[in-house]
Design a protein around this ligand. Structure first.
Ligand SMILES: *Cc1c(COP(=O)(O)O)cnc(C)c1O
Length: 419
């Protein structure tokens, strides 16, 4: 459910006409819907009402400060994976006791910043990381609250590149080693063992992998408690998929909630969630303008002004995004396009052999479901400026990240004096 709909054949973002927005801001740009972001947070929280979980939004999905501020006002915490994301979460007003820190390669500086801030939990992914965190915490006279991220060896996720819970993935502590490492953590003076953490993948389309992983975890938790570890929290990660338009809809958050409640009720733990895509994915679109229509020998190309540097998901994960005209033309014939950007890479495409209405140069198209893993993964490849992010709220809009000027784009570069 989102707030991007046609009114009399014109696409609106809430009550804002997307064509008027394009005239004001200049294509290409992202648009986020505040009402959709709030709604998704509320659906999630309602599904777990009464359980008092920590819903820690996965900041890497969409880290714009305005977006974080909206989610914070709905009670969200943050799951961060870098020192920069930690600073963003704090700047957006998210309390440290609602922040968890994940990731396989936390540096000492990042750990120190998080210890100084007093975050809720470190999700530790390896023995050397645990050692480093213990040593650092001792030197600061602190104790770091820790959950070990365990790897349940379950295959899950919509693509090889977003599956994280298999043996061969770089994430987490191997299942066979978890108990031993917990015993070490229990005896470390700089570590406070607080719970268990998992995150098995992303864009997960059915409940079976969650069920497999969380059932296994129940057994682990009783073993750990028998070993004298304090396990008060269970962080179940993120990963619930969203409909992108090409496949059957993933389970509703209510079904996901029912399963998790059923599996975790006997465990007596506080639940932590790290949803990213589920909150932000369908709350954003990417608006782009057609530059040329090129009739190739074998294919017809719709060449648009956005590119893989603005939205890399199709190139990186073969991701599907629905692409729709911003102004509907009922008379337009159906055709088949490869929708591509101007970047000099064959992987610069948004859709291949896509059936859609004919479009012409100057027309605007909306690439749907681009609110998660979109703007955050953008680069300035081909010296293309980062594109604006716009927030709409009812009839209002605001540019929440503007397009940099050429001078700003090159401001960090220097030419040595011998040149
Ligand atoms: C990416 C990530 C998430 C969010 O995943 P979604 O599929 O967007 O819900 C949560 N936790 C961790 C540790 C992650 O790396």
């Amino acid at each position: 459910m989102h707030h991007f709909d046609y009114r009399d054949g014109r696409l609106y973002a809430e009550d804002v006409d997307v064509t008027a927005l394009a005239d004001a801001v200049g294509a290409p740009f992202y648009v986020y819907s505040e009402a959709t972001l709030r709604r998704h947070m509320q659906v999630f929280q309602k599904a777990f009402a009464g359980a008092d979980p920590l819903v820690a939004f996965s900041v890497k999905a969409n880290s714009n400060l305005a977006v974080l501020k909206i989610l914070a006002s709905e009670g969200a915490g943050a799951d961060v994976v870098s020192g920069g994301e930690l600073q963003r979460a704090l700047k957006a007003g998210i309390a440290p006791e609602k922040i968890v820190f994940s990731g396989v390669g936390k540096t000492r500086d990042e750990m120190k910043a998080a210890l100084d801030a007093g975050i809720y939990q470190f999700n530790v992914e390896s023995a050397p990381e645990l050692d480093a965190l213990n040593t650092l915490a001792l030197s600061l006279n602190k104790r770091a609250p820790v959950a070990l991220r365990v790897n349940p060896d379950v295959a899950a996720g919509g693509h090889d590149k977003i599956s994280t819970g298999r043996k061969e993935d770089k994430f987490g502590v191997a299942w066979e080693e978890a108990r031993g490492l917990y015993a070490q953590a229990r005896d470390m003076k700089g570590i406070d063992v607080t719970g268990v953490d998992l995150h098995i993948g992303s864009q997960i389309a059915d409940l079976a992998p969650f069920e497999a992983a969380f059932s296994k975890t129940a057994g682990l938790i009783s073993d750990l408690r028998a070993d004298g570890c304090t396990i008060e929290r269970l962080d179940v990660g993120g990963g619930l998929g969203i409909p992108y338009g090409n496949t059957a809809a993933p389970p509703h958050p209510d079904a996901y909630a029912a399963l998790i409640k059923k599996l975790t009720a006997p465990l007596d733990v506080r639940l932590i969630f790290e949803p990213g895509r589920m909150i932000a994915g369908n709350a954003g679109i990417l608006v782009t303008r057609v530059v040329f229509v090129k009739e190739g020998v074998a294919r017809k190309f719709l060449i648009v002004d956005a590119a893989m540097n603005d939205l890399i998901r199709p190139a990186l994960y073969d991701a599907h995004h629905d692409i729709i005209p911003v102004i509907k033309n009922e008379d337009a014939a159906q055709t088949t396009y490869d929708v591509v950007g101007p970047v000099c890479e064959s992987s610069d495409f948004f859709a291949k052999q896509r059936a859609m209405p004919e479009m012409k140069p100057g027309d605007l198209a909306a690439i749907m479901s681009a609110g998660a893993y979109g703007a955050v993964q953008a680069s300035q490849y081909n010296t293309r400026p980062l594109i604006p992010e716009v927030l709409v709220s009812g009839e209002r809009y605001a540019v929440i990240r503007r397009r940099p000027s050429f001078e700003e784009m090159i401001a960090l570069e220097d030419t040595p004096d011998w040149l």
